[in-house]
Design a protein around this ligand. Structure first.
Ligand SMILES: Cc1cc2nc3c(=O)[nH]c(=O)nc-3n(C[C@H](O)[C@H](O)[C@H](O)COP(=O)(O)O)c2cc1C
Length: 351
């Protein structure tokens, strides 16, 4: 078996590997640019992307809008004409403005998770940006494709299937995640691939399917390609690279993580998330951490009763305060043994 390029309409990635968006600040221009330069698709997370802009403390939305434009353009430069996209969580406040800013800045693709991006086709209309929902079940796939078909007479340019081994927020219940081995996820992947075929026929175009979550080596890639996928999305492995935008302490936390340190945490997003056990996680298990300041991140978060401020926890982590921050990770983080480079990972995974 040889890897085929990933073709999304008129976009062709030499290597069918998408680097998954990682917020806050873990995948910005440096990481995304490096992955795209190696022939993959580099994804910038827009989640509080402007966290280190001088005005962020007072003007979060404007800082994020400025940083979206800045990082897309920087990543394009680094990638020397590679394919650059963004990951925008549906659950974020000002979702519409972030989508439009990314399309305007020239994002080649926009991938949306943490909710179903119902209005996405309308928001990118007039731009050549390709769009993809992140789904974890046939049910979610069917709902979003049906909605886009009915409402906008269009379909997805590609689909990202995120399985239960992924990092960050997960589209599964805590109970499902406690019994991962009992989930027959290969069948779910095949069913999702079946589900999109109706729309490929209707719209006379291919809808590539990308599988994410726990992809570690060539064998994992071959396995999902055999199931019928067209590519993979990988995040956790790219954190321990020279190019990753997180602090050195964050990367060290990944290298030091043991299998028993990987836990599920509740998140103000309303979905469970996977992260590395640390004093912060212990604290939120017992009690809520009162919010001193709201950074305007989530649409449905009430600072008065949220268990903790997810923006503060993620910014603390990316800046290297690894005891008091929230360190999202995929469940293969304990297999990472050394710092590496994006090129070394891409060379290792290509076949
Ligand atoms: C540190 C970290 C942060 C993440 N942040 C986001 C995010 O902001 N939005 C999102 O849709 N997915 C996010 N994810 C999920 C990844 O994009 C990706 O789909 C998933 O982690 C793939 O699984 P893997 O890490 O096992 O390769 C994050 C993952 C990690 C590890």
């Amino acid at each position: 078996m040889i890897m085929k390029p990933l073709v999304i309409g008129d976009i062709v990635a030499r290597v069918p590997i998408i680097q998954g968006g990682m917020g806050v600040g873990v995948s910005r221009s440096k990481l995304a640019g490096a992955v795209a330069k190696e022939g993959g698709i580099g994804i910038i997370s827009t989640a509080q992307i402007g966290y280190d802009e001088p005005d962020f403390d007072k003007h979060q939305i404007e800082s994020n809008l400025y940083a979206i434009d800045k990082h897309i353009k920087l990543a394009k430069e680094i990638s020397e004409g590679g394919i650059i996209g963004v990951n925008i969580m549906v659950a974020t406040k000002q979702f519409d403005r972030y989508v439009k800013a990314a399309a305007e800045a020239g994002a080649d693709v926009i991938i949306c998770g943490a909710g179903l991006p119902i209005t996405l086709p309308e928001l990118v209309s007039g731009y050549s940006t390709k769009i993809a929902p992140i789904v974890s079940s046939v049910k979610a796939t069917s709902v979003i494709l049906k909605m886009w078909d009915r409402k906008y007479k269009t379909t997805a340019d590609f689909i990202v299937i995120e399985g239960p081994h992924a990092g960050g927020h997960l589209g599964f219940t805590k109970e499902q995640l406690e019994h991962i081995n009992e989930l027959d996820y290969d069948t779910e992947i095949k069913n999702i691939i079946e589900c999109k075929k109706e729309y490929e026929t209707k719209y006379q175009r291919k809808i590539p399917v990308i599988v994410a979550g726990g992809i570690f080596d060539q064998e994992d890639i071959k396995h999902v390609l055999e199931l019928g996928a067209d590519g993979v999305q990988i995040a956790t492995r790219f954190v321990v690279t020279k190019e990753c935008d997180a602090s050195e302490e964050y990367k060290k936390a990944y290298l030091n993580a043991k299998e028993e340190d990987i836990k599920i945490v509740i998140s103000p997003v309303g979905m469970p998330g996977r992260a590395i056990l640390n004093p912060f996680m212990d604290k939120v298990k017992i009690d809520r951490i009162p919010v001193k300041k709201c950074f305007n991140c989530l649409e449905h978060c009430n600072p008065k009763d949220t268990p903790y401020c997810i923006t503060k926890a993620l910014i603390d982590a990316v800046n290297g305060n690894i005891e008091n921050g929230l360190i999202f990770c995929g469940d293969n983080v304990h297999r990472l043994k050394e710092m590496t480079t994006v090129k070394a990972i891409m060379d290792e995974l290509k076949f």
